[in-house]
Ligand binder design. Structure first.
Ligand code: 5GP
Length: 128
């Protein structure tokens, strides 16, 4: 179910539990700022999620409330993950859902990293 509104950070959300090691993940990268792992329901041949260690509900929360070091460290980590996965030459797509209209489901900020094939149009056309 998409996240409705932006309440307080929920320490029991699935990505918080993955960060604490309570739930397994197929890890591809970690450093002091970020953890990256394969999406459980991939939408492309490569579909990796990169999440900050900072307790942020969303992109809006992260960019408003994380420190400069956490923000810079996180986005450097996203770049490092793409590089380490060999995606720079063929290219890749980054996507972050934010709030209800986007369909964000997990209330811990995350960036989707897609690659491994030509990715087609950026957005599906609305029906009608
Ligand atoms: P959102 O819609 O919030 O932007 O994306 C959430 C993503 O998290 C979805 O692509 C979904 O497949 C993925 N996901 C949800 N639960 C888990 C999980 O337990 N493990 C992993 N690896 N991915 C998950």
């Amino acid at each position: 179910m998409p996240v409705k509104g932006l309440g307080a950070y929920d320490d029991q959300n699935i990505f918080a539990r993955i960060l604490r090691g309570e739930i397994p993940c197929r890890k591809v990268f970690e450093d002091q700022f970020a953890l990256a792992f394969h999406d459980i329901n991939p939408q492309a041949p490569v579909h990796v999620l990169v999440i900050p260690r900072h307790r942020s509900i969303s992109f809006a929360d992260f960019t408003a409330n994380a420190s400069q070091a956490e923000i810079a460290g996180f986005f450097r980590a996203v770049g490092a993950v793409a590089r380490e996965l060999g995606l720079e030459a063929p290219g890749y797509r980054l996507l972050a859902n934010m709030g209800e209209d986007s369909g964000q489901e997990v209330p811990h900020f995350h960036v989707h990293l897609f690659g491994g094939q030509p990715l087609g149009p950026m957005l599906a056309r609305p029906a009608g």
